[in-house]
Design a protein. Structure first.
Length: 367
């Protein structure tokens, strides 16, 4: 089963707790910042719930400090609760069509926001409430979704295998100069961008993706490539040496670099910068309060920096960069120096093309 980035964030928190790198309070704070931690206890009389839905979490846990508490403090009479049953497009569509919507905000993706919006299943983001100025760029403020955090797909490599370090996706696909197995996610998103850049496309000209050319490169290197479904699996492929170079999420690449004392390294150059999109189902019971909750998450620069320190998710508020501690800048996907060399994902292109293109990709890698 293909794992989402948000699911892997929850897994990373649990791993850090098990290693003793964080305590229970920090775990709960991180879960809340991801929209995973539910409010504890029974609903107080006169309060209204806002229900956030994601792909996994821990039941009956309290608020964390980053997003839930600030919103509730500023909006008396509300609490934020969690449903971890998984906000698939199919489930959201079923709720909306039956007019039995019980969810207020759902973890999704840029592609999901476009698909749901096109089906009439998501509310438009009210940018008179959610402030576009609270995001560093259009990538994070879509018509049907906005992103209070970011993440990147980056090139990671085993530095002990190469006297000369790879610097680009062209190096990644150059099996003669850099021999050894490659690692890619079993999904077309970000893989085809990397292939396009490897074929010489400048970052500003990657979209619309020439899928035939990109898939041709994937086909030519298929027998030298292994594929991952989940974040922990991607990390393990590199640790065990089954792959010497890979495209993985920057959060996992950061863990590898830190825990190997620099043997495993990653580069920001030509990374694909992606938004952690939240969508609001059409006809959600919370109404405008869901827009205010999203606005609070987008505006909370300090909370976003806290999440970066805890888990590695990049802030999207422009005020956050100046508040990031120096030791975290190299691991921050939205640090100005790192943003400058990355490709922002075009969610609108993927929303219009994902289903067809991803099937063509899967046919290519399994054929």
């Amino acid at each position: 089963m293909l794992q989402s980035f948000q699911q892997d964030c929850v897994a990373l928190l649990r791993e850090r707790l098990a290693k003793g790198q964080i305590d229970r309070r920090q775990l709960l704070a991180g879960l809340a910042a991801l929209g995973v931690a539910p409010a504890a206890g029974a609903q107080a009389q006169g309060t209204r719930d806002l229900v956030m839905v994601n792909w996994g979490g821990l039941a009956n846990q309290g608020f964390g400090q980053f997003y839930g508490d600030p919103f509730v403090a500023a909006n008396p009479g509300y609490r934020v609760v969690q449903d971890s049953t998984g906000p698939s497009i199919g489930r959201i569509r079923s709720m909306v069509e039956s007019r039995r919507v019980t969810w207020d905000m759902c973890d999704s993706s840029a592609t999901g926001a476009v698909l749901l919006g096109g089906l009439g299943m998501a509310e438009k983001i009210d940018y008179s409430i959610v402030k576009r100025a609270d995001a560093i760029g259009d990538t994070f403020t879509m018509e049907y979704g906005a992103a209070p955090y970011s993440f990147s797909s980056v090139l990671v490599y085993d530095s002990s295998k190469f006297p000369t370090a790879p610097t680009s996706w062209a190096d990644f696909f150059d099996l003669r100069k850099f021999p050894g197995k490659r690692l890619l996610r079993r999904d077309a998103t970000c893989v085809l961008e990397a292939a396009s850049m490897a074929l010489g496309k400048p970052m500003g000209s990657v979209y619309p993706i020439d899928t035939r050319a990109a898939l041709g490169l994937i086909e030519r290197t298929r027998r030298d490539t292994v594929y991952w479904n989940g974040g922990a699996e991607s990390e393990q492929f590199i640790r065990t040496g089954e792959a010497v170079m890979g495209q993985i999420w920057h959060t996992r690449a950061s863990v590898l670099q830190r825990e190997s004392n620099g043997r495993f390294k990653f580069i920001w150059n030509q990374g694909i910068l992606q938004p952690g999109i939240q969508v609001i189902p059409k006809g959600n019971p919370g109404g405008v309060a869901a827009q205010r909750l999203l606005a609070s998450m987008m505006a909370n620069a300090d909370g976003q920096v806290g999440l970066l320190g805890l888990l590695g998710n990049g802030p999207t508020n422009p005020a956050a960069a100046g508040r990031v501690p120096p030791e975290l800048k190299m691991f921050n996907p939205t640090d100005p120096e790192n943003v400058r060399v990355q490709l922002p994902l075009d969610g609108n292109w993927w929303g219009a093309n994902y289903q067809r293109v991803n099937q063509d990709f899967l046919d290519t890698v399994t054929g």
